[in-house]
Design a protein around this ligand. Structure first.
Ligand SMILES: *Cc1c(COP(=O)(O)O)cnc(C)c1O
Length: 533
């Protein structure tokens, strides 16, 4: 364990007490060799799991060629990366196959890029008077940590003490179409929002919200910008979360998983009329679009282009949802929202804080992170196999029971022992397969199902085999089949609660008492996840 009393780090984070030394697929190991299932996945930067074989190979190859040129010179991976991005994401935007790409590094830079582009487009094309452009954003948003983006936030921790902030932004309740309509005027150049708010606790807007936004912005010639940095690239069961509502934004901000968990890679993709406004000298980045980033980005997009990860997220998401619904029914959670393989769960604050639950999970071998208060986000790698998911959800259940019964530290012995067994068995497997991707997951899955059989990886459970096949050979017919069969939307999971939700979602936001309303909104929106399953 790290000696936190003598840290040289500025205290910008309060990490859980684990020091990670190694990772593989869905698993990480601490410095003492204890094994954990990663249910945060670097806030979705690790959608493909740790050390994905194909991504590592692409990075290694590029590391021996050229890693940085700056944009003063072209390099031989840059156009290929942009084209790949247009192939995979372009058609999901109004830019279609003519979409343009601005490559950047971090998510925050991608959002900043989008803001610059829509402002300049507003002045040059729309004729908005210089320095008066406004952009509508949502309450509860998280777009990054720059001073401008901190200014968009209504979270005091993100915001307080960092002003003065950039003007030109109007914040309205997330999911409230009327409020957006009221906020826009002739100075409004864009509406910038996360399709599903990640940091806020995986909050889904009412189903009519994004289609309504699309209609409103198209009618008024306002750019619709989707921050898909966390929600995009497979997490929700589709390439973009906007697909859940059949909405094409004008610009999409991507990041996190685009870098495959290896290097920071971000980009803005979309409408050429807007991004084409950024002429030489108006925007740039020393590292943006560097050869190593492009090589990894291309490999990540290759993984996404088969649709298998999206299908897996949709499929595994059904199990995630069913198990969490059960915990809500049993009163162990006050609410749970899921979309694809992404969940925000709310504890009864009487049981403890979100951090208490994360500590209980850590003790039992699952890594997760509270987003705020009693809300925790679950976002395992999309490559997770069903038995691992079951095991982790068993641990969530045990941890909640332990907190309820007031013996958080002791009640988890059974789960802890299971995980300990996995550690012992997996260590051998993982060591033997240094480069083989996600095979450690397979072994863990076997262990869980039948500990005695853990030495027979040749006969894994069906789902395990599927997942292993997908990762090892992304284009096997079996994998294709799976991707075709997996519905992006599970009709059975669509609750008939839409009407009530609509009413609540528009009525529950009150500027005067944001905190209470945020909590209430969370509960109300817990049933707003029907589209995704
Ligand atoms: C993480 C995140 C960002 C910021 O990305 P960084 O790479 O941390 O700068 C922006 N928007 C959303 C929705 C995010 O989840």
């Amino acid at each position: 364990m790290a000696d936190t009393t003598h840290s040289a780090l500025a205290p910008t984070y309060d990490p859980l007490p684990i020091t990670i030394a190694r990772a593989h697929g869905t698993h990480v190991w601490d410095t003492d060799g204890n094994e954990f299932l990663d249910f945060l996945s670097g806030y979705s930067a690790l959608n493909f799991g740790h050390l994905h074989q194909g991504l590592i190979a692409a990075a290694m190859t590029q590391l021996r060629q050229v890693t940085l040129t700056s944009r003063a010179f072209d390099h031989d991976r840059l156009e290929e990366f942009a084209q790949r991005l247009v192939d995979v994401v372009g058609p999901l935007t109004t830019g279609g196959e003519d979409s343009l790409v601005v490559p950047m590094n971090t998510g925050a830079e991608a959002v900043e890029t989008a803001i610059k582009a829509v402002r300049k487009w507003g002045y040059d094309v729309r004729g908005v008077p210089e320095d008066t452009a406004t952009i509508v954003v949502a309450e509860g948003n998280f777009h990054g940590r720059t001073t401008t983006l901190a200014g968009l936030s209504d979270d005091p921790a993100t915001r307080d003490g960092f002003g003065p902030f950039a003007p030109g932004f109007r914040r309205v309740p997330f999911g409230d179409l009327e409020a957006v309509a009221d906020a826009v005027d002739e100075t409004t150049v864009a509406v910038l929002m996360e399709p599903v708010q990640g940091e806020a606790g995986v909050l889904l807007p009412p189903d009519e919200f994004w289609p309504g936004l699309r209609e409103l912005t198209a009618e008024k010639n306002i750019a619709l910008v989707a921050d898909e940095i966390q929600s995009g690239l497979g997490r929700t069961g589709s390439t973009l979360a906007c697909e859940l509502w059949d909405v094409q934004p004008d610009l999409v901000c991507l990041g996190k998983a685009l870098g495959g968990g290896i290097v920071p890679v971000s980009a803005v993709v979309g409408k050429p009329e807007i991004l084409g406004i950024l002429t030489p000298g108006t925007h740039g980045s020393t590292f943006g679009g560097n050869p190593l980033a492009c090589a990894v980005g291309i490999a990540a997009l290759d993984l996404l282009s088969t649709g298998q990860y999206q299908a897996r997220a949709a499929e595994s998401g059904k199990l995630l949802r069913a198990r969490l619904d059960e915990l809500v029914e049993r009163g162990l959670l006050t609410s749970a929202r899921t979309v694809g393989l992404w969940a925000g769960i709310d504890m009864d604050p009487a049981l403890g804080t979100g951090r208490d639950l994360c500590l209980a999970l850590l003790e039992r071998g699952v890594l997760a992170k509270d987003s705020h208060g009693a809300t925790i986000r679950l976002s395992p790698p999309l490559s997770i196999v069903q038995p691992e998911l079951e095991m982790a959800l068993d641990i969530v259940e045990e941890s909640l029971v332990a907190l309820r019964d007031g013996d958080g530290a002791d009640a988890g012995d059974t789960a802890a022992e299971d995980v300990a067994e996995d550690v012992a068995d997996d260590e051998g497997n993982a060591a033997a397969e240094d480069v083989a991707n996600d095979d450690a997951s397979t072994a863990a899955a076997d262990d869980e199902a039948e500990p005695a059989d853990s030495e027979e990886p040749a006969e894994p459970a069906d789902q395990t085999a599927d997942a292993a096949d997908e990762d090892a050979a992304p284009e096997t017919p079996a994998a294709d089949e799976a991707s075709d069969d997996a519905p992006a939307v599970d009709p059975e999971e669509a609750p008939a609660a839409d009407k009530a939700d609509k009413a609540d979602a528009t009525s529950d936001v009150d500027d005067d008492d944001k905190k209470d309303d945020a909590a209430k909104g969370t509960d109300d929106r817990s049933e707003l996840s029907p589209t995704a399953g």
